[in-house]
Design a protein around this ligand. Structure first.
Ligand code: SER
Length: 578
């Protein structure tokens, strides 16, 4: 059995329900491009909302981090990775959490106790030393000198604001050297494998920390690292997760892995990530903005390294690698097989596009590579030859050269203004376009939200929204499929408000005041101190960046075209205005 199955079985035996992996592109949080941790899709529940699966949950979750793309190529970093997690939503706390982690590691994975090192929160002026965890680890048999206390590294929060708390991290001594008497978390032979966060606080934008309604546990274990450890390899890419992918790439390039590790790892990592992004239900395609740009960068970088290894770019090498990856993961992530053709097409199209200019671009680079790369060259490489800036920087580094990044950015901005490409706009207010029909859909979204509250339950809240010129999509928490009658009632109510010709007002007020007045809001921490609130008569009041119509009469006729499950406890409505 592999690690994922062992983990899920173990936590099921401790009363946990398995929840499915959320999409890699968050549907409900416009402020981040990708899910970076297993807990991210669970934020509303960590903040107190009740989860339809109960108070003990476990999963394996697709995660993606782009902050250290430069480190890819070493033995331990990956852009895409899987995280195992178990959660208590106001259920068990430190005692069980630590006991079960210990039991799983020592009884199920058979890791010797002496190989484990633990870090504990040392305490600061607002939160005391985590004595409970310390005593628990000692009681279980962890050596006293294998427990280290830190402040900075033992307080966990995803980003700047949100649910957070002290954590205890579990390290493994990954080396053939003699195990040191004293555990030193800074010693690289010790690698962190599991993190148990005791989420009992919430950090606000102004830095204040308050208690959450319930004490939660959030744990995360890296699948790649732990698998490598269990298999006794010092290079993650030599574990069973990667081995056959690495072998395939080496054979496509007619080289051995030894001596070509960096390029082979980059190709393996980036193609795996590209497979997972393009198979995600969000339907991301390579582009010059947001997630699409990350996807483009990853594919182009993989192709550049394939070329460096003399892999024939006109062959279907990318398809062979992608198919191998899909076959490895399809039992865990059915979307891979379902979207296999889309994935292969994304990879192939992007390869063909880039391949057209890659050769010429590399020649252009070589021409000027006797000195640092100026802004004009970097921009030409981007604009004419399709080199993402980061690729130019990487090439320059290999030649010990610098790139005028600031100059590039200025040119890039000027170019964007010229082409009126306002790519940065998307994430400002969470809403996409501003065309007349999209504006109408924004307003209809607020009406739908209000109607669901009135017809189904006042506890319904928005969990996601997406608007195109063709339709609106609205995700909300709800524990059941809507009946025909409920759908009709919701539709009728929205249409009655449209017919009432209600004026739409935009108000500005401090965030606190908006919340006190009961305005609806999805992610309060994402908004500035002064917020805009859209008010539709007595029907609806929501924090929102707009834009909206002036009067509901402009909307025409509202019609629900589909109601379906989106994920556990989340329903999705697609609707149109006729
Ligand atoms: N949220 C914590 C982490 O990502 C534990 O799951 O490490």
């Amino acid at each position: 059995m592999n690690l994922k199955d062992l983990y899920i079985d173990f936590f099921k035996s401790k009363g946990h329900k398995q929840i499915p992996s959320a999409p890699i592109v968050p549907e409900n949080d416009p402020s981040v491009l990708f899910n970076t941790a297993g807990m991210q899709p669970l934020i509303p529940y960590l903040m107190g909302e009740s989860h339809p699966y109960g108070t003990r949950l476990c999963d394996y979750q697709k995660c993606l981090r782009t902050n250290d793309l430069d480190s890819i190529g070493d033995t331990t970093h990956h852009t895409f990775f899987e995280m195992l997690g178990n959660w208590s939503l106001g259920d068990y706390f430190k005692d069980e959490s630590i006991s079960w982690s210990f039991e799983f590691l020592t009884q199920v994975l058979h890791i010797p106790v002496e190989r484990l090192g633990i870090t504990i929160f040392a305490g600061n002026e607002s939160i005391p030393f985590d004595e409970v965890s310390y005593n628990k680890w000692l009681e279980l048999g962890i050596l006293k000198d294998h427990i280290a206390k830190t402040v900075e590294d033992n307080f966990w929060i995803a980003g700047e604001t949100g649910p957070c708390g002290a954590d205890t991290e579990i390290f493994y001594f990954r080396s053939n050297d003699e195990i040191p008497k004293t555990f030193d978390p800074e010693d690289e032979r010790w690698v962190e494998i599991w993190n148990n966060v005791f989420m009992e606080f919430y950090k606000d934008t102004d830095g204040t920390i308050r208690e959450l309604p319930k004490k939660n546990v959030d744990t995360g274990m890296g699948v790649e690292r732990t698998t490598a450890i269990l298999e006794g390899v010092n290079d993650n890419y030599l574990s069973s997760i990667w081995k056959d992918v690495i072998d395939l790439i080496a054979s496509l390039a007619h080289v051995s892995y030894a001596g070509n590790e960096k390029s082979i790892r980059i190709i393996a990592d980036h193609i795996r990530t590209a497979v997972f992004i393009s198979a995600d239900p969000s339907g991301i395609k390579p582009s010059n903005t947001d997630q699409g740009y990350i996807l483009r960068r990853l594919i182009r970088r993989a192709i550049r390294h394939a070329k460096a290894l003399n892999i024939d770019l006109n062959s279907n090498f990318e398809e062979q690698i992608a198919r191998k990856i899909i076959a490895k993961y399809q039992d865990y992530y059915p979307e891979l097989k379902q979207n296999e053709e889309v994935v292969l097409e994304v990879l192939k199209n992007e390869k063909i596009k880039f391949n057209k200019t890659l050769e010429k671009g590399l020649k252009e680079f070589e021409k000027v590579a006797s000195h640092d790369i100026d802004a004009q060259t970097a921009f030409k490489l981007y604009d004419t030859y399709g080199f993402p800036l980061e690729l130019t920087i990487e090439l320059a580094k290999e030649h010990h050269l610098k790139v005028d990044e600031e100059g590039f950015k200025e040119r890039f901005k000027a170019h964007q203004e010229l082409s009126r490409n306002s790519s940065g706009e998307k994430f400002k207010g969470g809403l996409a376009g501003n065309s007349e029909i999209e504006t109408k859909y924004h307003t209809a979204t607020h009406l739908l939200n209000a109607a669901l509250k009135e017809v189904i339950s006042k506890d319904i809240h928005q969990r996601g929204s997406n608007i195109t010129i063709e339709r609106m999509r609205f995700d909300f928490n709800c524990d059941h499929k809507l009946s025909e009658e409920e759908k009709e009632k919701v539709e009728a109510l929205v249409n009655s408000w449209i017919n009432e010709e209600i004026g739409v007002e935009r108000l500005e007020m401090p965030k606190e005041e908006a919340l006190k007045s009961g305005a609806e809001c999805m992610f309060i921490e994402k908004y500035p101190d002064i917020v805009s609130v859209y008010k539709i008569g007595d029907v609806s009041k929501e924090l929102c960046g707009g834009p909206h119509v002036k009067n509901t009469k402009e909307l025409g006729h509202f019609k629900i075209i589909k109601e379906e499950a989106s994920s556990a406890g989340i329903r999705r409505i697609k609707a149109i205005l006729e």
